[in-house]
Every structure is written in C-alpha cells, then in structure tokens.
Design a protein around this ligand. Structure first.
Ligand SMILES: Nc1ncnc2c1ncn2[C@@H]1O[C@H](COP(=O)(O)OP(=O)(O)OP(=O)(O)O)[C@@H](O)[C@H]1O
Ligand SMILES: [Mg+2]
Length: 246
C-alpha cells in the first residue's frame, strides 16, 4: 500500500452545513463549500445574499456560527481571528480597510509585523511588493487616505501578501473602481493566481469573476445554489437570472 501525505487531499477551506447569522436572524442556512490549493473560487450572489457574512464567518468576525469550518484541516470554530489568519489566510475586507492616516510604506510595514509562526522563508518582502506594484513604490510617502480607489486596492492586496498568506479572500475588490482600475486589478489577480496564490473572490462584478475564476459558487437563500465552472454558470440562464439578476 502506498502512503499518501494526508495534506495532499485536504482542502485549504472546507465548510459543511454552516449556519450563521446575527442576533436572531439566520443569514447562512447550510453552506457547503471547499477551496483547493491554487484554486481561484469566485463567490457570487445578489446584494445581501450573505457573501460578506460568509467571509466573516470563516474569520470569526462577528456572526454567530454553527457547523463545520476547517482551514487547512484545522477545525477553527471559535478561534480568535488572528489565530485563523496565522494559518496563512488573509482577508481584504469590503471597502479595503486601509489606515487613512498612515502612508503607504508604513501601512505595508505594519502588515509584516505579524508573521505566520510556521513560515520559515518569507516569500513576500517589501521590495517584492514594490516590484509587483510599482505604483505603490511611487506613492510610498503618500497618506493611504489620499490614494485613488485602485491604488488603495493594491495597497490592501500588498498588505495581504506581506502577511505571507497563501490564501487571500477579497470582498468585492472591484467595487467603486473606475474601469481602468478594474482592468489593472484583474491583471494583478490573474498574475497572483498564476503564481499559485489561492484566491476566494467575492464579487458583484460577474464578468470579472467569470474571467478570473476556475470555479464559481453562487449564494442564494442562504445556501450555495450553484457550484461549477464559469462556463457552466454562463450557460445556466435560470441561476444567472434568479440569483445574479443577469
Ligand atoms: N452586523 C450585522 N448585524 C445584523 N445584520 C447584518 C450584519 N451584517 C449584515 N447583516 C445582514 O445580513 C444580510 C447579509 O448581508 P451581507 O453583508 O453578508 O451580504 P452581501 O452578500 O455581502 O451583500 P453586498 O453585496 O451588499 O455586500 C443582510 O440582510 C444584512 O442586512
Ligand atoms: Mg458584502
């Protein structure tokens, strides 16, 4: 009998029958979802479908949660957020969450202060982030609050990379960006995906998500109502119409 390393088959993220909500209200009502290493998974759904709630559920950022949440095979139910992040997952929150009063360089440096305990060789350095996002280097002495939307998104992404996370969850990164900035963001995310970064991409921009994703999940009625390839979703007119308003 051959012995397979256990880790080979363990999804980076695995949700089973996850129920979550706030106070009395249930928002997620039995979500099953897996994310494999190297995958780009787009999570779509209408306004208020529970996409942010799902991300906040994974990171234990507020909702009351029942069900199974495994990150890298660890049952993280009830863990504090920083310990979940130390497993190598980063969240770029909706609205980007940058510190307005810090300049770009200090914002990036701050992200390096909480290294992953199990990380031996950091893959991302400040120089590597500047090489990937030359615009951030040009703007390194600019207050984060004075950046354009696209620059702020790059900063948020650079901060996520500097935590050495190899799973990055992004909550509507294209929201409010000019078309040119969306195109630049798409190129950056595609490049990270080619490097092997695992991405969980929450989007309302269906076109962007379908372009980048290997797999798409659609949230509706508190559950995953579609889980398949972008091609299969593009051909599924009922799901597009009912759950995405396309
Ligand atoms: N902190 C909270 N307390 C109470 N209810 C909340 C809270 N956050 C979200 N909700 C409710 O949960 C539901 C799902 O919201 P959520 O933000 O997860 O949706 P979403 O899919 O991310 O929407 P959007 O595309 O607008 O960002 C909504 O009805 C919302 O009003
Ligand atoms: Mg949201």
């Amino acid at each position: 009998m051959t012995t397979m390393p256990m880790t080979a088959a363990v999804p980076l993220l695995r949700l089973r029958d996850v129920r979550a909500g706030y106070g009395g209200g249930t928002i997620l009502n039995g979500v099953d979802l897996d994310l494999a290493r190297g995958e780009v998974l787009a999570l779509l759904g209408r306004n208020g479908a529970g996409k942010t709630t799902l991300l906040h559920t994974v990171f234990n950022l507020g909702p009351t949660v029942q069900g199974e949440i495994h990150v890298r095979g660890e049952d993280v139910h009830g863990w504090p957020t920083h310990r979940i992040a130390q497993l190598g997952v980063a969240l770029v929150p909706q609205g980007r969450g940058v510190f307005a009063d810090l300049d770009v360089q200090d914002s990036l440096r701050l992200a390096t202060l909480a290294p992953r305990p199990q990380q031996t060789t950091p893959a991302w350095t400040l120089d590597a982030v500047y090489a990937r996002f030359p615009r951030l280097f040009e703007r390194r002495r600019t207050r984060s609050g004075a950046l354009s939307g696209g620059e702020r998104q790059m900063l948020a992404l650079g901060r996520a990379l500097l935590t050495q996370a190899d799973v990055i969850a992004l909550d509507e990164p294209s929201e409010g960006l000019a078309p040119q900035a969306v195109a630049a963001l798409q190129e950056h995310l595609a490049e990270l995906a080619r490097d092997g970064t695992t991405l969980l991409l929450v989007e309302q921009n269906t076109a962007l998500a379908l372009h980048l994703a290997h797999r798409v999940a659609v949230l509706g009625h508190g559950r995953v109502v579609f889980d398949g390839t972008p091609e299969a979703l593009a051909a599924d007119r009922a799901t597009l119409h009912t759950h995405l308003g396309v």
